[in-house]
Design a binder for this molecule. Structure first.
Ligand code: LMR
Length: 395
């Protein structure tokens, strides 16, 4: 039977990571997969995570199953981190999932369970795995214009024009902050206009928030999600703990589904639990327990926030250094957008051929659409990248 299997398309981001690893050159720069690295190129275990794990190891008395929705203490802590009390708790059903990807998948599944012919609108571009999952599920994906290649900023009027095509019962996928792959984000006024439009159309927003704390700070990065979720009747939110807690391999995420009325929440929750049961039964617990331990302990939380803030400001400094270096070398401000973008990524806006030249000639790895992971840089490699960009431009 297995001989009927066909080759699947390689995941662009993950195959790039493998190609980087296989490159024997000593001086190489990895700006591919979205994993934070410090100046030494290490993805550290955060201090608060280490401490929470030590406590769990010492204190945990059982490894018996939690619930299908995971540990309620994790859900409560995450609902609070993301929504900060802006939505009535009894309207929110919450489901622990394996990572943000699991939350996205279960969110799409929930929407399809509610409406078998649901359509999902997504920014063009978006995280490629959004599209891959939707395609695999056979859910119709509709792009909306988002990124202006010329300015490397959001083409907001273009986006609004596309969103005019949204129909009642459609899902509109938005990035809560730190847009992946572009790094270009909506302003709060633009969020207000999108929210008003989706409400008028009767569409349900679904917010993927995978980088809270990586852009303008924990609270500022949640502002768009809170503004939308507190104003629309229904909303899905897929939150990831992979990046802001640095617990990538623990697979820790949460799907929140906000219903119009508290009376709907139990049925929504039961459906979400059902989805977990059909997929893998119980979600992973270790990462969720680490997150709940940190968020519920004032000292650990303060330490986590401080370390996350160092990560964030470090990436901002790299952005500014790179923009300044490119301004100096090109004598133009055409790369100034790098300092305006937020989060882990910026889309450089250069051709796939130039991305290829950077890889071949300079051992610099970025995704084919010219998405760079800023955290793959350090103060020494920024000038190397800037010089390579200028050289590759001329080639
Ligand atoms: C990325 O966009 O690089 C990350 O979200 C990692 C992944 O799973 O693709």
């Amino acid at each position: 039977m297995l001989e009927h299997l066909k080759d699947q398309p390689a995941d662009k981001i993950l195959s790039l990571a493998a190609a980087y690893k296989a490159d024997p050159r000593e001086q190489k720069i990895d700006l591919g997969v979205g994993v934070y690295k410090n100046a030494k190129g290490v993805t550290p275990v955060m201090r608060a995570v280490k401490e929470a794990e030590a406590r769990i190891l010492a204190e945990q008395q059982t490894k018996a199953y939690t619930g299908l929705a995971g540990d309620p203490a994790f859900a409560d802590a995450m609902v609070d981190l993301v929504l900060g009390g802006t939505v009535e708790r009894d309207r929110i059903a919450a489901l622990a999932t394996p990572g943000g990807t699991g939350a996205c998948r279960q969110g799409f599944e929930l929407a399809r369970l509610a409406k078998p012919d649901v359509r999902v609108w997504h920014s063009a571009p978006t995280w490629p795995n959004h599209l891959s999952i939707l395609k695999f599920m056979g859910v119709e994906a509709k792009p909306y214009r988002y990124f202006d290649e010329e300015t490397a900023l959001v083409d907001f009027e273009g986006m609004m024009e596309y969103l005019q095509g949204v129909a009642q019962g459609d899902v509109v996928l938005l990035h809560g902050c730190c847009h992946n792959p572009t790094g270009a984000n909506l302003t709060s006024e633009q969020i207000d206009r999108v929210t008003a439009l989706l409400t008028e159309k009767g569409a349900m927003p679904m917010i993927d928030i995978a980088y809270q704390g990586f852009g303008d700070g924990l609270e500022a990065d949640a502002a768009a999600t809170r503004a939308i979720a507190s104003r629309v009747p229904e909303c899905l939110i897929a939150a990831s703990c992979s990046k802001n807690f640095g617990i990538y391999r623990e697979r820790t995420g949460l799907l929140m589904a906000i219903s119009a009325e508290a009376g709907q929440t139990k049925t929504t929750q039961d459906n979400m639990n059902f989805l977990n049961r059909q997929t893998y039964s119980f979600p992973p617990d270790h990462g969720a327990r680490v997150v709940a331990t940190i968020l519920n302990d004032p000292e650990l939380r303060a330490d986590w926030e401080a370390e996350l803030e160092e990560v964030r400001t470090g990436m901002l400094a790299l952005r500014e250094q790179l923009a300044a270096e490119l301004a100096r070398l090109t004598n133009t401000d055409r790369y100034a957008f790098i300092a305006r973008h937020r989060g882990m990524f910026s889309r450089l806006g250069v051709s796939p051929e130039m991305v290829e030249r950077l890889r071949e000639d300079h051992a610099i790895y970025m995704v084919g659409d010219s998405r760079m992971n800023i955290a793959g840089l350090n103060a020494e490699t920024v000038p190397v990248l800037a010089r390579a960009i200028v050289e590759a431009e001329k080639a």
